[in-house]
Each structure stands twice: as C-alpha cells, then as structure tokens.
Write a protein that binds this ligand. Structure first.
Ligand code: SAM
Length: 283
C-alpha cells in the first residue's frame, strides 16, 4: 500500500488536465493556473493543444504523446519530472485516459514515485449521462465499441445482462450501424443520444432504440455519446417453459449441441443456465 499526499509531498507531480469538449469557457481558473505554472505540456496533438493554450495567453513547450508513442513519450516525461520540471498532460478534448491516451503515463509515473494529480473538468460520458434522463445511480462506461459489426454485436451481447445504465462513445460514420446492432441485441430499451455537448448544435435525442432506427443519419453529425437503459429484470417477462424448450430445440435442430443450446438460450433470455437446464430436462 502506498499513500501519496499530493500537495504536501516533495515528490514531483504530473498534472492530468481536462480540456473543453466544446465550449472554451469550460476551462476553469484552476486549469489556467496549472497551465501557467508548468514548464512542459505533453499532449495528443501539439497543434490542437498549443492553439488552446495560446488562447489563454500562455506560451509553453509542447511534446507529443499519443496512442502510437505513449511509451516513448512517457520516458521523456519521467526524465523531465525527475529533473525538477513541472509537467502536465492533456488530451485533445475532455479527460485524459478516458478513451484517450494517458494510462501508461500515469502507471509509469506511479512506479517511478511521481505523484499524479487530476485537474478536473469536462468529460463527454458524464455530461451525457446526467442529462440523459436515465438512471444515474449505477452506470457502466464502455467507450468505443469495435468497428466490425460481428465483434460489436458480441461485445453488446456480453453487456446484455448488465443492469446499470450503459454509456458508449461513437463517431458519426458508425452511428447508423451501431444503433442497428444495439436494437438487435437490446431490443427497444430506452436510450439517449447526446450530440455536440456544450457546442452550438448541442442536442439530446431521448426515446428508445426502436425509434432511433427511424432517425435520418444525415442529421446525426458531430460528436456523440449513446446512453442506454440497463437490463430491467422486472420488464423482462419470464417466458413460458414450453417456449424455453422450443427455443433450445430450434438451436439443436440447427446443429448445436444440447449444452451449447442451453447456454445460448440462457444468455438470450437472461436466465441462469441451471434453471434453463432443469426446465429443458423436466426436473
Ligand atoms: N477524453 C474524452 C472525454 O473525456 O470525454 C473522450 C475522447 S474520445 C477520443 C472522443 C469521443 O468522445 C467522441 O467520439 C464522442 O463519442 C465523445 N465526445 C467528445 N466530445 C463530445 C461532445 N462535445 N459531445 C458529445 N460527445 C462527445
């Protein structure tokens, strides 16, 4: 166990700086103070971050640290921090490490006895969640699904039983197919698309996954978060025993082994495998 008291320790400190996801006014005065104070800023794209930091009237040295060079950049950051320089890391938008680089940097800093402090700020997932109208008490953040539909559906199937509200990131190029896959796996659960949060075209589309199939994809531009209701056991009606048996028979008729058919049926119906097993075998 290691206890790190960030501001009363003499250890070097890496600042993880969250940046605006839309509106530049999301930059807090604390963020500005930290940006003024540090010597080096590691960032995903030096052009994006230097533009933002220059707007704050601050001139800094920028070093690129993105998903393809994070390990190398991390070594450089650790060297500078150990030499006594002040270092911050920021991604292009939102919080570092959240569907963005930063985790390797944080992990290695901690191994090297460098403290890590978050400079809190915007994040697309949490902003989408709180305004979605879906339950916020428990939630699961997934980030981006795989681009390939077959893998995407498998990922969604694994999430089928989760009762927490589910949060996904998606790009406008894939939103159409992703909504279709979600409907196929989750049915017509309640959902919300949070688009262009804190920008001029901010929009929240609240409804259900079935209704979302009718959306004109030309109107789904920009950055988006999809928030989906978790599995509500109470609305998932227990099917009749003969329906369960018929489902398993359909699978075995298609060439599946009885064992696999029982597993597939229990996954699809969100029922414990041993329960489906005993219904099928009549005990
Ligand atoms: N690190 C960021 C964060 O803390 O939210 C996320 C970065 S991830 C590479 C980019 C994705 O976040 C986008 O594809 C979109 O799904 C979501 N996103 C970012 N900005 C957004 C915004 N203003 N409105 C809606 N979604 C946004």
């Amino acid at each position: 166990m290691i206890r790190n008291s960030n501001f009363s320790s003499k250890k070097p400190i890496l600042y993880l700086v969250a940046t605006p996801i839309g509106n530049l006014k999301e930059l807090s005065t604390r963020t500005l103070d930290v940006l003024k104070e540090v010597d080096y800023i590691f960032c995903e794209d030096t052009r994006v971050s230097s533009k933002l930091v220059n707007l704050c009237g601050v001139k800094k040295r920028f070093i690129s640290c993105h998903e393809h060079n994070e390990a190398m950049a991390t070594k450089e950051a650790i060297r500078l921090l150990k030499e006594g320089y002040k270092v911050a890391y920021m991604s292009d938008a939102g919080m570092p490490c959240i569907s963005d680089p930063g985790y390797i940097l944080v992990r290695e800093c901690l191994i090297n006895e460098i403290n890590v402090s978050p400079i809190s700020g915007p994040n697309a997932a949490l902003n989408a969640l709180i305004a979605s109208g879906l339950p916020t008490d428990h939630f699961y953040f997934h980030g981006f699904l795989n681009a390939k539909d077959s893998v995407k559906k498998e990922e969604l199937r694994k999430l089928y039983k989760r009762q927490e509200t589910l949060i996904f990131y998606e790009s406008p190029h894939r939103i159409d197919k992703t909504l279709k896959c979600m409907h196929e796996i989750f049915g017509s659960r309640k959902a919300c698309i949070a688009r262009e949060i804190s920008k001029i075209h901010e929009e929240f589309i609240r409804g259900n996954l079935e209704e979302f199939l009718t959306l004109d994809k030309e109107t789904l531009k920009g950055e988006m978060v999809i928030v989906v209701e978790g599995n509500d056991e109470e609305i998932t009606a227990m099917p009749e025993e003969k329906e369960i048996v018929n489902l398993i028979r359909n699978f075995t008729n298609m060439g599946m082994s009885t064992k696999d058919a029982i597993k597939k049926a229990s996954d699809l119906l969100n029922l414990p495998k041993n329960k489906v097993y005993s219904i099928y075998h009549g005990n």
